[in-house]
Write a protein that binds this ligand. Structure first.
Ligand SMILES: [Mg+2]
Ligand SMILES: [Zn+2]
Length: 184
């Protein structure tokens, strides 16, 4: 695993520090249904299958200077379907496969907990920005659910939906839109 940071995106979570002061464009990527096929509560490598454009996507983003940030609701922990440590171990493996990822923020809470870290709350995006200050008008999120899109809008970045093949089409569209608006 590289130097990526894994943080809870929930209020009161401890920041690992190491603030990088220069604002940068950030590509926020949801995990399930974007980087991997959403089979519902994926917590093991056996059930983890990358989407077909996942690797090309992060390589493109890294080559363009984006901070690649994963933002992922993991209510399976709060629901008691798997342990937080299962998620963290899977994440460690994922980061070894995909060293272009700089940060993973997650919320382990179930919906009833009403945690602002759970999308459509903005906690995960804010947690990422506390480590990598975000140039919002050059940043975007790719998700597969309305909760992802809402979180991005509330936070103030462009949001697009992934398709079945993964995030690459949405990423290219986002980069197009940002360049047309004179931001990129
Ligand atoms: Mg998803
Ligand atoms: Zn939370």
């Amino acid at each position: 695993m590289g130097s990526a940071v894994v943080i809870r995106g929930c209020p009161g979570a401890q920041s690992p520090g190491q603030l990088v002061p220069v604002p940068r464009p950030i590509a926020f990527l949801d995990r399930d249904g974007v980087l991997n096929v959403d089979r519902g509560y994926v917590a093991t490598r056996e059930r983890f299958e990358w989407t077909s454009t996942a690797f090309d996507s992060v390589q493109l983003l890294a080559s363009m200077g984006f901070v690649v940030a994963v933002v992922t609701n993991q209510s399976g922990v709060g629901r008691g379907l798997y342990e937080e440590d299962d998620f963290l171990q899977l994440t460690e493996w994922m980061l070894g496969e995909m060293p272009e990822i700089s940060v993973v923020a997650y919320c382990p809470h179930e919906p009833d907990a009403n945690c602002p870290g759970r999308k459509p709350g903005t906690g995960q995006l804010e947690a990422v920005s506390s480590l990598f200050p975000c140039l919002k008008d050059r940043s975007f999120l790719v998700g597969d659910k309305q909760s992802d899109i809402l979180a991005a809008r509330r936070f103030g970045v462009l949001a697009l939906r992934a398709d079945e093949s993964g995030p690459l089409g949405a990423i290219k569209a986002a980069i197009d839109r940002l360049s047309q608006s004179g931001n990129a």
